[in-house]
Design a binder for this molecule. Structure first.
Ligand code: ZN
Ligand code: ZN
Length: 232
């Protein structure tokens, strides 16, 4: 290197050993052995290292997120005693509903010349059948709601435990995870809004087309009236 070249670091008198190749941007500064690393000047090199460690951190955090999801998903499909109660209740509800349906259809149809006794029996069977079906449906709904609440609780608890485990080893993860879940929520909300927008646009188009249709009908009616008036 020529004698007129100096290291970019102010006041540094060390001999220049190269010119910076730049990291993600052109640089071209001359550097000495101390104020450089590889083919980069000290500043570009520290930017490079920061980027590398950020990327490594992102990979690590994403691994944590995947682990949490994996555990939560596993909890979702976990059976266990808690699940059995709701399953039994679901079967009981289905049984009562089926029994109601059977009673209801066994009531048969009334002929035109039914007796009072037949009518009473028919009414009783129909009422019993309907009541039984309604009770069955209520029990089924309760069973489904109960098992859903149980699963949500289980998944929430599992996820929380998984997060706690990871945060103990890697405290800085918590902030990343909060930001990540916030992003997910925003994304989900945006998707929801987009779908809502499509639905509203569709409804508006349908309304416009139906009002177009009714205008067309009116035009035809008016034309027919005119024609009739001319003839009459
Ligand atoms: Zn230097
Ligand atoms: Zn540089």
């Amino acid at each position: 290197m020529g004698a007129n070249l100096a290291c970019f670091s102010q006041g540094c008198m060390n001999p220049v050993i190269g010119q910076c190749a730049g990291f993600q941007a052109s640089c071209g500064r001359f550097y000495c052995a101390i104020h450089s690393k590889g083919i980069l000047c000290a500043e570009c090199s520290s930017r490079h290292e920061e980027k590398v460690s950020q990327a490594a951190l992102a990979v690590r955090y994403q691994g944590h997120v995947q682990e949490i999801q994996r555990k939560a998903n596993r909890a979702l499909f976990q059976g266990g005693e808690g699940c059995l109660i709701w399953l039994v209740l679901l079967l009981v509800g289905a049984g009562i509903f089926a029994a109601g349906l059977a009673v209801d259809s066994s009531a048969g149809y009334l002929s035109y010349n039914y007796t009072l006794e037949q009518l009473t029996r028919y009414e009783q069977l129909k009422n019993l059948g309907s009541l039984s079906m309604i009770v069955g449906i209520i029990i089924i709904v309760v069973a489904l709601a109960g098992s859903h609440i149980r699963q949500v609780r289980l998944v929430t608890r599992t996820r929380k435990a998984a997060i706690d485990d990871i945060v103990q080893q890697d405290p800085s993860f918590l902030e990343y995870y909060r930001a990540w879940t916030h992003d997910q929520r925003v994304k989900a909300a945006k998707t929801g809004l987009a779908i809502l927008g499509i639905v509203i646009a569709g409804a508006a188009a349908a309304a416009a087309s139906s009002s177009e249709k009714s205008r067309e009908d009116e035009r035809i009616r008016n034309a027919v009236d005119d024609e009739l008036n001319r003839r009459g």
